[in-house]
Design a protein around this ligand. Structure first.
Ligand code: SAH
Ligand code: SF4
Ligand code: F3S
Length: 477
């Protein structure tokens, strides 16, 4: 049997990065990545943050089950947050699932995949949480392409389909887990306690990625602002904190752009805010989840900041870096949310003027504190609030993109855009703020010059609903 695999990924950037690592690890052991129809091992990397992504896993496995008669040996592995939550339950429900692995267990998944291939009766569960960050070989060769789920790219251009991370973009984990236990959130249960990775390991991976051609690095964690302050180790700051880590990564020669996600407002360090004004390659963009605009709802969510504190952070960020693009996450219909509370969320959106936001209807998750909170908000009211919030966001997004018309900016080109205008080729990339820019590159540049991963000076000519249109004004570098 030829060892072939196919991976489907749901959820956040951490999951995308895990899938990317797993693919590289399998390839380095002689496995081949194959289209779904050809693959012997089908891996689903799952997300449990709301009910919808969890349900997608069951429908994906149900779909595979239907194909089983045609493909007798079909073997599946379930990884990620739903695997951590349901565990061995998958073995009973779907007999062709022979491997489940959680967030820390993924380090052992490549060995387990080899075992499955050798022993047709093997069933393996890797569900333990480790006390330390489970280090794994991260210096493997990069795979040619990674797909970034739409849900992770706030400035995502809905018209252009799912964006792909270009060859020059790398994602590097700096920690695992979360200790915040926000009342609505399942992540602390599925990803375990916060564990920071050793700074030397982070730096080594970043240096290797830059040597391999990365020009932009995004540091990843559920709550990067508390990097180095793991409560399980007494929360000491004797080691390297996040601001210092940023400084050290930013200093890597050849790194043009540095980003990070996600930040919890309660932990943002003044030194990180200052870094936006000091580190030239730290991009002027920050995803800072607000969740709700009412102090009462924030209190019940257990977010540990209020409107005034959040607005203070925004002011400090804009003082340090006036062109910073702020994006956020918002939840509507949290238990007990009144119309007045919801209005407070709209009010915060107007005050901060987020360039874009991910907004979600509250979804009850098993075991979280908010399950027991009442009154629950009806679907009808929740849906109506979501729509009102999103129409306000669309207006603010459009207006803020409009203010950029006529300006010049640097765009890191990612891929040829599917949008063609009168036959002229477009390249899609992002500016420093993370906004999607479609660039016309006429003038012979497209003739065989590989533009993916190159930077280009661009004049922004037109704001679309969720992206910008630009013309090249210089040569790529
Ligand atoms: N660690 C990140 C967020 C991880 S989850 C952070 O703290 O910012 C991504 C987003 O999903 C959250 O910011 C929140 O807006 C949303 N979310 C989490 N649990 C949810 C739930 N039960 N219902 C609806 N949205 C939820
Ligand atoms: Fe969930 Fe809160 Fe942790 Fe983010 S900080 S992962 S919302 S518990
Ligand atoms: Fe989903 Fe787990 Fe990420 S629940 S959002 S895949 S941490």
């Amino acid at each position: 049997m030829e060892k072939t695999f196919h991976i489907v990924t749901f959820g956040c950037q951490m999951n995308v990065n895990d899938s990317d690592w797993l693919a590289r690890a399998l390839v380095s052991r002689g496995w081949r990545q194959a289209p779904e129809e050809e693959a012997w091992l089908f891996v689903v990397n799952t997300c449990s943050v709301r009910d919808k992504p969890e349900q997608k896993v069951y429908s994906e496995l149900g779909r595979l089950d239907l194909h089983r008669k045609a493909k007798p040996g079909l073997t599946a592995a379930v990884g990620g947050c739903v695997a951590q939550q349901i565990g061995r339950g998958f073995f009973e429900r779907f007999p062709f699932v022979r491997l489940v692995f959680g967030s820390d267990g993924i380090a052992g998944a490549p060995d387990a995949a080899d075992q499955l291939a050798e022993d047709p009766s093997a069933r393996i569960a890797l569900l333990n949480f480790e006390a330390e960050y489970p280090e794994r070989d991260t210096l493997l060769r990069a795979m040619p392409k990674t797909t970034v789920p739409a849900a992770l790219t706030p400035a995502f251009d809905a018209d252009a389909g799912e964006p792909e991370a270009g060859p020059a973009q790398a994602f590097v984990n700096i920690m695992q887990g979360c200790d915040n236990f926000c009342a609505y959130c399942i992540v602390p249960y599925t990803r375990g306690r916060q564990k920071s990775r050793q700074p030397e390991a982070v730096l080594e991976e970043c240096r290797t990625r830059v040597e391999q051609g990365a020009r932009e690095i995004t540091l990843l964690g559920q709550n990067v602002n508390s990097y180095g302050l793991d409560p399980s180790r007494g929360g000491s700051r004797d080691g390297v904190g996040f601001a210092e880590l940023l400084r050290q990564v930013a200093a890597i020669p050849g790194l043009l752009r540095l980003r990070f996600t996600t930040s919890h407002p309660k932990d943002i360090d003044p030194a990180v805010i200052r870094a936006f004004g000091e580190l030239e390659n730290l991009c002027p963009s920050l995803h800072l989840p607000l969740q709700a605009g009412s102090d009462e709802v924030l209190r019940r969510m257990g977010r540990k900041y209020d409107r005034a504190r959040y607005l203070g952070i925004v002011e400090a960020l804009r003082a340090a870096r006036p062109d910073i693009a702020l994006t956020t996450d918002l939840i509507v219909g949290f238990p007990g949310e009144t119309e007045e509370d919801f209005q407070a969320t709209l009010d915060m959106m107007e005050r901060v003027r987020f360039e874009s936001s991910f907004s979600f209807r509250y979804s009850d998750r098993p075991g979280v504190a908010a399950v027991r909170m009442t009154p629950k908000i009806s679907d009808e009211v929740g849906q109506d609030r979501l729509l009102r919030l999103q129409s306000l966001q669309n207006i603010i997004t459009k207006e803020s993109l409009k203010t950029l018309e006529g300006q010049e900016t640097d765009v890191l080109l990612e891929a040829m855009s599917r949008k063609q205008d009168g036959g002229e080729p477009f390249w899609r990339g992002r500016d420093g703020g993370g906004r999607v820019v479609n660039v016309r590159v006429s003038g012979g540049l497209e003739g065989g010059v590989p533009l993916a991963g190159r930077m280009l000076r661009v004049r922004l000519v037109e704001a679309k609903n969720h992206s910008l249109l630009g013309d090249k004004v210089g040569l790529p570098w």
